[in-house]
Ligand binder design. Structure first.
Ligand code: EPZ
Length: 416
C-alpha cells in the first residue's frame, strides 16, 4: 500500500493554482445526462470520485472521455437507468444521479447509498423531494426502485438546507412539468455552479446562492462547455498548511467570498491575509494563537469540510480552541490519529477542545476519511521528524496531487 511521507519543519513558499471543485463537478457530471448530446467540462479535477462518476456514466450507456485536461460526455446513447451496487459503494454521493436519471428516463434503480466514515448519511430529504414531484419510490432490501412517468413542479420546502437534497431536487425538477420552487435550499457556491451549468445547457434555473431556487422544467437542452469552479476546500487546506508550517503562499483561481470564514479564522490565529481578484496570499510565522470557538454550519457559515484542516493548523497554537461540529455526527475520526503525533484534543460528542502543544512528533498515521486525511498532511508539515500517512486512497478522492502541490511549495514530501 502506498504511503505519503513528510519530513516536517519546512516553511512553505510559492504559488499554487487551485484545482476544480470536487463538490461541483460531481453533481454536474450527474446533470450531463439531462441532455442527449455533448457536454465538455473544463478544469475538471483528476480525482477518484470523478473516475467513479465516469464509471457510472459509462454504465448508463454514455460516452465519457478525457480530452486533454477537459472531460467530454456524450449522453445521447444513454440506455440504462440503474446504478449497480458496486458503483454506489465506490461513492455514496452518486445518489445525486437519482434525480437526473428520473428526469431523463422516468425510471431509476440504485442501491441505497448507506452511511460512510462521517456517520449515517440519510437521504430522507432527497426521497421526500422526489416524491413531492410525483416520483414513486420503493425501498426494498437495500435497493431504491423509482418510477416517475410524469413529474409536476411544485413548491418543496427542505427541512434543512441539505446540499445533496437541493441538487437532487434541482435535477429532477428539470424533468418536471411547470415550475418547482425549492424553499430553504442549500446556498453553497457549488449549487450556483450547478445552476450556471444547467442554464448553459438550456435549462431555466434561478436563485442558486439564495435559500429559494426556481426551476422551470421541460426546457429543450443543447450542447454546452462549462468551466468548473475552483475548489474552496482544497484552497482552505493549503492555506491551513501554510499557516501551520509558516511561510508565504499565494493561491490562484480562488474566490475570496467562498473562503471568507476560513480566512477570517486564519487571520484571527495570527496569519496575514491579502490578495486581489482571484488570488489569496497568506503569510504566517508558524506559531499561531487559539481562536475561541469554531462552529461549523451550512454556507455561508464555517464549512464542515474545513474543520479538520483548521484543527490541524491549531495543534501548536497558544491556548485552546473549541470546535463544534454541527453538520455531521462523526466527523472527529482524525482526532485519534492527530493525538498519535502528540496533539492534545479532547472530544465530547459534537465538541472538540484543541489545546496547543509546544511541538508535534512525526508518526505512523492512517487516513480515516477524506478531510481527516488532509488534516494529517497539515500536521505532518509542522511535526518534528518523519510522518508516514497510510490509507491515502481517502485523500485521492478529493485532492488531485497533494505531493506535487506541497512539494512545489517547498515541503519535503514524497510517495512511497
Ligand atoms: C455535501 O454532502 C458534500 N459532498 C460534503 O462534502 C459536505 O460536507 C456537505 O455537503 C455539507 O456541506 C458533496 O457535495 C459530494 P448534506 P451532502 O446533505 O450533500 C443530513 C467532502 O468532504 N441529511 O448537506 O451529503 C446529513 O446526514 C464531503 O467533500 C439528512 O439527514 O451533505 C448531514 O448530517 C463530505 N437527510 C447533513 O444533513 C438528508 O436527506 C448535511 O448533509 C440529507 C442530509
Amino acid at each position: 500500500m502506498k504511503h505519503i511521507v513528510i519530513q516536517g519543519g519546512r516553511r512553505l513558499e510559492g504559488t499554487l493554482t487551485v484545482q476544480g471543485a470536487k463538490n461541483s463537478v460531481l453533481p454536474i457530471l450527474a446533470a450531463t445526462i439531462l441532455h442527449p448530446g455533448r457536454t465538455v467540462l473544463r478544469g475538471c479535477p483528476h480525482l477518484s470520485d470523478v473516475e467513479a462518476s465516469i464509471s457510472i456514466l459509462r454504465h448508463l450507456g454514455c460516452k465519457a472521455d478525457w480530452e486533454g485536461e477537459e472531460l467530454a460526455v456524450d449522453a445521447s446513447t444513454l440506455d440504462r437507468w440503474d446504478v449497480p451496487d458496486h458503483l454506489m459503494r465506490e461513492m455514496r454521493s452518486s445518489v445525486v444521479f437519482l434525480g437526473a436519471i428520473l428526469a431523463r428516463m422516468g425510471w431509476a434503480e440504485m442501491s441505497h447509498p448507506g452511511g460512510c466514515e462521517l456517520g449515517p448519511r440519510p437521504i430522507d430529504m432527497h426521497l421526500s423531494a422526489l416524491r413531492q414531484l410525483g416520483a414513486q419510490l420503493r425501498e426494498e432490501s437495500g435497493c431504491l426502485r423509482c418510477t416517475a412517468r410524469h413529474m409536476t413542479g411544485r413548491e418543496i420546502v427542505l427541512s434543512m438546507p441539505s446540499v445533496g437534497a437541493t441538487e437532487n431536487a434541482m435535477l429532477a425538477a428539470c424533468g418536471a412539468e411547470g415550475e418547482t420552487v425549492l424553499v430553504n435550499a442549500a446556498r453553497e457556491p457549488e449549487i450556483a455552479d450547478l445552476q450556471d451549468f444547467l442554464c448553459g445547457m438550456g435549462c431555466k434555473v434561478r436563485g442558486a446562492g439564495s435559500s429559494t431556487i426556481c426551476i422551470q422544467g421541460g426546457q429543450p437542452t443543447h450542447d454546452v462547455t462549462h468551466a468548473i469552479m475552483p475548489d474552496r476546500i482544497v484552497a482552505a487546506t493549503y492555506l491551513a498548511a501554510a499557516a501551520a508550517a509558516g511561510g508565504e503562499v499565494e493561491l490562484r483561481r480562488v474566490s475570496h467570498g467562498h473562503l471568507s470564514t476560513v480566512t477570517a479564522a486564519l487571520h484571527a490565529a495570527g496569519c496575514q491575509i491579502s490578495g486581489g481578484e482571484g488570488q489569496v496570499v497568506l503569510r504566517s510565522e508558524g506559531r499561531l494563537r487559539s481562536i475561541g470557538t469554531v462552529r461549523t454550519a451550512p454556507y455561508p457559515g464555517f464549512p464542515t469540510d474545513a474543520q479538520a484542516v483548521l484543527m490541524a493548523a491549531l495543534l501548536r497554537a497558544q491556548g485552546a480552541t473549541v470546535f463544534v461540529e454541527n453538520i455531521f455526527e462523526n466527523r472527529y475520526r482524525h482526532v485519534d490519529e492527530l493525538c498519535r503525533m502528540g496533539a492534545d484534543i479532547s472530544v465530547a460528542g459534537r465538541v472538540a477542545v484543541v489545546t496547543g502543544v509546544p511541538a508535534l512528533c512525526g508518526a505512523q498515521v492512517r487516513c480515516t476519511d477524506l478531510r481527516g486525511g488532509a488534516a494529517l498532511l497539515v500536521a505532518g508539515l509542522m511535526a518534528q521528524g518523519e510522518t508516514r500517512i497510510g490509507d491515502i486512497f481517502h485523500i485521492q478522492r478529493g485532492y488531485e496531487d497533494p505531493v506535487r502541490d506541497l512539494r512545489a511549495l517547498g515541503a519535503e514530501i514524497w510517495m512511497e
